[in-house]
Design a binder for this molecule. Structure first.
Ligand SMILES: *[C@@H]1O[C@H](CO)[C@@H](O)[C@H](O)[C@H]1NC(C)=O
Ligand SMILES: CC(=O)N[C@H]1CO[C@H](CO)[C@@H](O)[C@@H]1O
Length: 736
């Protein structure tokens, strides 16, 4: 197996310009110190209660921003970037010697996640450039839908032509939908083109059949007869109350399951775990744990890839990349998981909602990696089976695998295997076991993935962040503002709940993971808390401008420099980072806008819901909308027009803030214009006026949605009325 002295299979590069960044960070800290000093020494004690209180609030907000800036610096202290040597991997290991990989795809609802999208993901991962007999793909269907099962049967049949086609033409990406959408039809008459057209046609026919079934909403009897699996649905009362359904659709060990060229196919398994009303099913974590157990009986591969059902593989070599980390002789043994970034297909050029979080995926995760390892994102992640099952890291850990373990040790037929593995997916299986606690994904959090990643790191393992130029997985990004804000709220809430629980990284991670990693986790775990200081900063200075209370130093006073420096430098920093991560200037503006939007809404509701639920009150609920958007919405998304449309309390908050700032900004300008000595007003309120004009600028799409748009995506009138009332009320109170 290759040479004695092993060349590394991957390489780590440090970031450029670290010294510059550290100087910059130091300069900001000094500025923050000056600002605090100013706030304390110039405290307006004699000026009445309101002014003192507002001033004190400013001071607290700035302290918070200072602290939060500190966590961003910790994350950026030492980012590392990884690259792999796949050719060394293939020269070291013959194809037969490579380890098996189990791939888990999770879906939960056939309406929100249409079967055709799900099977495109399944087909893209079945077609990995990797020995098929070592691949097993598992679909966990928490929606327990016979439609999804039918679609998977169709996918299995189509894979018999699709896989050879991919091999032959080196198709990329290997999701048929995306491939055929992005590739122009060949126009010549050659045999290859003929085949191309034939396969496209057969894909489209399959798609048509699946979509017809979806419209019918039931599977006709003659199709039901074609597979024994459909009989299981006779016993399903609802999707929340049914037995486990386990069907091995393609048995990779069976010599008769071949593609049309006589090559083996990957194993393909359908699982709907048992659900009963009086058992808690623990959402996706529960589904993944059932898959871990079931797969251990069927294929038991040492590595597990988990992807969401809307995330297709965009690079057929991603498995080999991941193995370069795990199989590296020197450093591989301490790696528990390799996380790929969550990237999106269908982003518009300027990414109106800042969906792709460029700086997070391009820089912050690399920073985590440098500090001990990225968090586990819940999708696009390769795990070592042992660590996912609770193994602790030991100095003498040595990874060994038997290349053909599976297939040799199970002589059972697929039927017997199905029967004997079913029990592993039953509701009661986990009772009195460590599943959900020490084994598998941890239960009890909305962001079970992050908690699981943290606990793996606390058991002594490290993780790797791998962000190749060509993205390995592409998902579907939210297409409306509300979807985006709700998603952010969920994450912020889950993270903040963890921060307040016994899993707070500063406590749980104490002495288990490096301090810098604990602090890095705080960057995300404290997202929600940002709402307080941000809300304060976008309301109080504007209201005080209305009332005529200065909150910043005079423009002619030297203290103003520290504020100006802090604001301009941090803007430059974020712009610089954004451009370095491949963004555009307009994209940066959009990113700043949604940054503010989510801080004043998503984080606000995340924060208040977390606190409320601690005291036993129920949470505010937001309806989660579908991943497929209607024609008009898609069109506006592609034209980068912000989508409001549905009434939501989130929009009421946003609109109220926007109106408030518009009002105070105009009032400020009027004051300057009508005053006898405009210079005096400018001097005293300069910074406040700049702040509220910047806010007005950021809110421009909201004014558009309020006043100028006629389409269905404009701000709903109920939101407009409410926010008008609130904004006027606030201003009136401020004035008198
Ligand atoms: C996805 O893969 C294709 C090649 O198949 C590549 O051209 C494209 O850049 C990839 N997308 C991303 C976002 O990396
Ligand atoms: C799923 C989805 O929204 N797909 C769209 C992606 O973008 C292309 C072209 O911009 C559209 O044709 C797809 O419908």
């Amino acid at each position: 197996m290759g040479s004695r002295v092993h060349l590394p299979l991957f390489e780590t590069r440090l970031a450029n310009g670290l010294l510059f960044f550290r100087f910059y960070a130091a300069s900001i800290f000094i500025t923050i110190f000056f600002i605090c000093f100013y706030r304390l020494t110039c405290f307006p004690l004699q000026q009445g209660k309101i002014q003192s209180l507002s001033w004190f609030g400013m001071f607290l907000s700035e302290l918070w921003f200072g602290f939060y800036f500190f966590t961003t610096v910790v994350v950026r202290w030492n980012p590392v970037f990884r690259s792999t040597f796949k050719s060394r991997l293939s020269s070291r290991y013959a194809e037969e010697a490579l380890p098996g990989v189990d791939i888990f795809v999770c879906t939960a609802d056939p309406v929100i996640e249409p079967p055709i999208m799900v099977i495109n993901t399944v087909l893209s991962v079945m077609a990995y450039d990797y020995p098929s007999e070592k691949l097993s793909v598992y679909l966990s269907d928490d929606g327990c839908s016979d439609l999804m099962f039918y679609a998977l049967l169709e996918a299995a049949r189509f894979s018999r032509v699709w896989l050879p086609f991919c091999r032959k033409l080196k198709v990329e990406p290997r999701s048929p939908e995306i491939y055929f959408r992005n590739t122009v039809e060949p126009s010549d008459d050659s045999a290859v083109s003929q085949r191309w057209l034939l396969i496209k046609k057969s894909y489209e026919e399959m798609k048509m059949r699946i979509e017809t079934m979806a419209k019918l909403d039931k599977i006709p009897g003659d199709i039901r007869k074609e597979h024994k699996g459909f009989r299981e649905w006779h016993f399903v009362s609802t999707r929340h109350d049914h037995q486990s359904i386990l069907q091995i659709i393609i048995d990779g060990r069976d010599p008769s399951s071949m593609d049309i060229e006589g090559k083996p196919l990957p194993t393909l398994v359908y699982l709907a775990r048992e659900k009963r009303p009086h058992y808690h099913h623990n959402f996706k974590a529960g589904a993944l744990n059932a898959l871990i157990r079931v797969s251990s009986r069927i294929s038991n591969a040492p590595f597990i890839l988990n992807v969401d059902c809307d995330m297709f593989s965009n690079n057929s070599e991603a498995i080999r990349d991941a193995l370069c980390f795990f199989l590296d002789e020197e450093k591989g043994r301490e790696i528990a998981y390799v996380q790929y970034p969550q990237s999106f297909d269908n982003l518009t050029e300027n990414d109106i909602y800042g969906n792709c979080s460029r700086v997070r995926t391009g820089l912050e995760f690399a920073g985590f990696d440098g500090n001990g390892g990225p968090l586990y994102n819940g999708t696009g992640c390769f795990h070592r089976r042992q660590t996912l099952c609770g193994m602790k890291y030991r100095e003498d850990f040595k990874f060994e695998w038997k290349p053909m373990e599976y297939g040799r040790n199970t002589k059972q037929s697929a039927n017997v295997l199905e029967q004997s593995s079913k029990a592993l997916a039953s509701c009661s299986f986990e009772e009195n076991t460590q599943w959900g606690k020490e084994m598998g994904l941890k239960y009890g959090s909305i962001v079970e993935n992050i908690l699981t990643g943290l606990s793996i790191q606390c058991r002594g393992w490290r993780s790797i962040y791998f962000n190749p130029e060509r993205k390995a997985f592409l998902g579907v990004a939210p297409k409306t503002l509300l979807q985006y804000l709700i998603q952010q709220k969920r994450w912020a809430e889950g993270d903040f709940q963890l921060f307040l629980s016994k899993y707070c990284p500063l406590i749980y991670g104490h002495k288990r993971i490096p301090l810098k990693l604990q602090l890095s986790y705080c960057l995300y775990f404290l997202w929600a808390v940002n709402c307080l200081a941000t809300l304060y900063y976008v309301t109080v200075p504007s209201l005080c401008l209305v009332k005529g209370i200065p909150l910043f130093p005079k423009m002619s006073c030297l203290w103003v420099l520290s504020f100006a420096y802090a604001m301009i430098a941090s803007c430059m920093q974020s712009l610089g980072e954004f451009l370095c991560c491949g963004g555009t200037i307009q994209g940066w503006l959009n990113d700043q806008r949604t940054w503010m939007f989510k801080r004043t809404t998503s984080y606000l509701f995340a924060f208040s819901d977390t606190i409320m639920s601690m005291f036993g009150f129920s949470e505010s609920t937001f309806v989660i909308t579908e991943k497929v958007a209607d024609e008009e919405i898609s069109q506006r998304y592609e034209q980068e027009v912000m989508e409001f449309g549905t009434p939501s309390v989130m929009f009421t908050v946003l609109t109220t803030l926007a109106q408030l700032n518009l009002f105070s900004c105009t009032l400020g300008i009027r004051k300057v214009v009508t005053d006898d000595v405009p210079i005096k007003i400018l001097d005293q309120f300069g910074l406040q006026m700049i702040l509220s004009s910047v806010l007005v600028l950021l809110n421009l799409p909201i004014y558009q949605g309020l006043f100028f748009r006629k389409d269905t995506g404009k701000m709903p009138s109920s939101v407009t009325y409410k926010s008008n009332v609130y904004a006027l009320l606030a201003c009136t109170i401020a004035m008198y």
